[in-house]
Design a binder for this molecule. Structure first.
Ligand code: NI
Length: 172
């Protein structure tokens, strides 16, 4: 288990399309997932995609706990999602502020599908099939974008809606 270095925006590895995982339930995959959780926890992230630590494979993790300090944040179950497929449900979109461990210090207002179904596998090869909305749906879309080489600033409709956290939210 180890905290790995997170690549920052500008690193060409972040813009690659990641490869499908061929094998589940291997010691190497368990070790990678464990490093991803250590890294996400160390950096206080809500999610992490394998390409962010330089591994170009279709693996994301996410986890958001209920937090009394931020009652507006909806909890998201701790999940390992491999080879994901996302299918939007309806065409309703929703704007929300996002941050990314590869874009430290910044936040941007991004439009995402409000509701979607996602399928994939956990690290043991067990199928996952969920229909989610709101913040959970946003987190999944953000993380899975990393697998296609997309960082959230590439989805901004207005570049002025990208800024430094302490300038955008001075009250925090
Ligand atoms: Ni990110």
């Amino acid at each position: 288990m180890a905290v790995r270095r997170v690549l920052k925006m500008g690193d060409p590895l972040l813009y690659r399309k990641a490869d499908l995982m061929q094998e589940f339930n291997t010691p190497a995959l368990d070790a990678l997932v464990s490093d991803m959780f250590d890294t996400m926890a160390a950096m206080n992230g809500a999610g992490l995609a394998a390409p962010q630590i330089g591994v170009s494979q279709r693996i994301v993790i996410f986890s958001v706990e209920a937090n009394a300090r931020y009652p507006d944040v909806e909890p998201v179950p701790t999940t390992v999602l491999i080879n994901p497929t996302l299918t939007p449900i309806g065409d309703e979109m929703e704007e929300g502020w996002e941050g990314c461990l590869s874009v430290p210090g910044l936040r941007g207002l991004v439009n995402r599908y409000q509701k979607l179904r996602y399928t994939g596998f956990d690290q043991h090869g067990k199928p996952i099939d969920r229909t989610v909305s709101g913040f959970h749906a946003r987190v999944v879309q953000h993380e899975c974008d990393h697998l296609d080489g997309i960082l959230y600033p590439m989805r901004l409709s207005d570049i002025r809606m990208l800024g430094f956290e302490d300038a955008l939210f001075p009250e925090l």
